[in-house]
Ligand binder design. Structure first.
Ligand code: FUB
Length: 327
């Protein structure tokens, strides 16, 4: 792979703004499923109104030294019957000889839901289901198809992602986060049905604890879950990695089970230029890579980001070495 030897990592594409990269190896290539940031200047707010995305473009990298291919528009919001605005961070999965694109958007009532679209090709175009996944809410879906064929979807994000509003199991527009001394809100996980289009049962909250088994608290902003979950497996362990939002780290926790509880382990990526940080982790041709974004391409505008990647390495005990994006 190129880019690994340069200190200032380069964006994988510069003709469009991209963010929230979910990387997978499909058909021997690296496919990247990012958000497609609009080329507009917007003031940032805590509700995320500056992220007004309307479509997805899928990117691919063949191997060493190939340029990244933009496969064009794979899905537009006008072709998603239930969605009104803000197509945020997507993910993709392969099963049943079909590619599935999972994506969040606000529905007609302004509530974030998660939809799914299908295609025979990893680069799309994708055809959306008529309605969002029943029982879905919030943002940032990430799907793991486990070695036994069972598939799990992880999701959830605070603030604009509305996760605070779902603590009772139904939508409370006035819902706020817990006190700083109470356990933090966890991401959600649901097993997917065999056709990958529905939840098998109601989503469960994932517990993230410290090395002593105590829950990470809401006030522990350097470790608590904020948004952008990713799940990968290495040497039989499950790694849940995520953004800490307000403190701008990508951190991770480990478990022997895909549904946890997960034990907090440490930082993967130090803060990048721009408010958000969002990543994925993938193995390709015997090496592990971290895909992430920053706002360097736009000179620091939060809503105009660019996807980058770098190599990720493990220590002997399976812990991950922290990456500084600019060293
Ligand atoms: O791209 C919009 C939102 O910003 C994503 O859903 C979050 O994870 C953050 O990156």
């Amino acid at each position: 792979m190129k880019n690994n030897d340069v200190k200032q990592k380069e964006p994988i594409v510069t003709h469009i703004y991209t963010a929230d990269p979910s990387a997978h190896v499909f058909e021997g290539k690296l496919y990247i499923y990012p958000s497609h940031d609009l080329d507009i200047t917007m003031e940032s707010n805590d509700n995320g109104d500056q992220y007004g995305m309307t479509d997805y473009h899928i990117l691919s990298l063949e191997d060493n030294n190939t340029t990244c291919v933009d496969h064009g528009e794979a899905l537009h919001i006008k072709d998603v019957p239930w969605a009104r605005k803000q197509m945020w961070a997507p993910d993709a999965a392969y099963k049943n000889n079909t590619y599935y694109l999972y994506f969040p958007a606000r529905d007609k009532d302004g509530i974030f839901r998660i939809g799914v679209a299908t295609s025979p090709n990893p680069a799309g175009p994708f055809k959306a289901q008529e309605n969002y996944i029943e029982g879905s809410f919030s943002i940032d879906p990430a799907v793991l198809v486990d070695d036994d064929g069972r598939a799990y979807i992880y999701f959830g994000g605070l603030w604009g992602g509305q996760l605070e509003k779902w603590q009772t199991g139904s939508y409370n527009p006035d819902g706020v986060g817990p006190d700083s001394s109470a356990p933090a809100i966890g991401p959600r996980v649901a097993e997917l049905t065999d056709d990958m289009l529905s939840f098998k049962s109601a989503p469960q909250e994932i517990s993230i604890v410290d090395e002593d088994g105590n829950p990470i608290l809401a006030g522990d902003e350097e470790r608590r879950y904020f948004e952008g979950p990713w799940m990968h497996k290495y040497n039989g362990n499950y790694y849940l990695s995520y953004s800490t939002g307000t403190t701008h780290y990508i951190v991770y926790a480990m478990s022997k089970s895909p549904t946890g509880p997960f034990v907090y382990k440490g930082r993967i990526l130090n803060p990048v230029v721009g408010w958000t940080t969002h990543h994925s982790i993938v193995e390709f041709e015997g090496k592990w890579y971290l895909f992430y974004h920053d706002s360097s391409l736009s000179g620091g505008e939060d809503n105009k980001r660019c996807v980058k990647f770098t190599e990720l390495t493990y220590n002997e005990d399976g812990t991950i070495r922290t990456i500084d994006p600019y060293k």
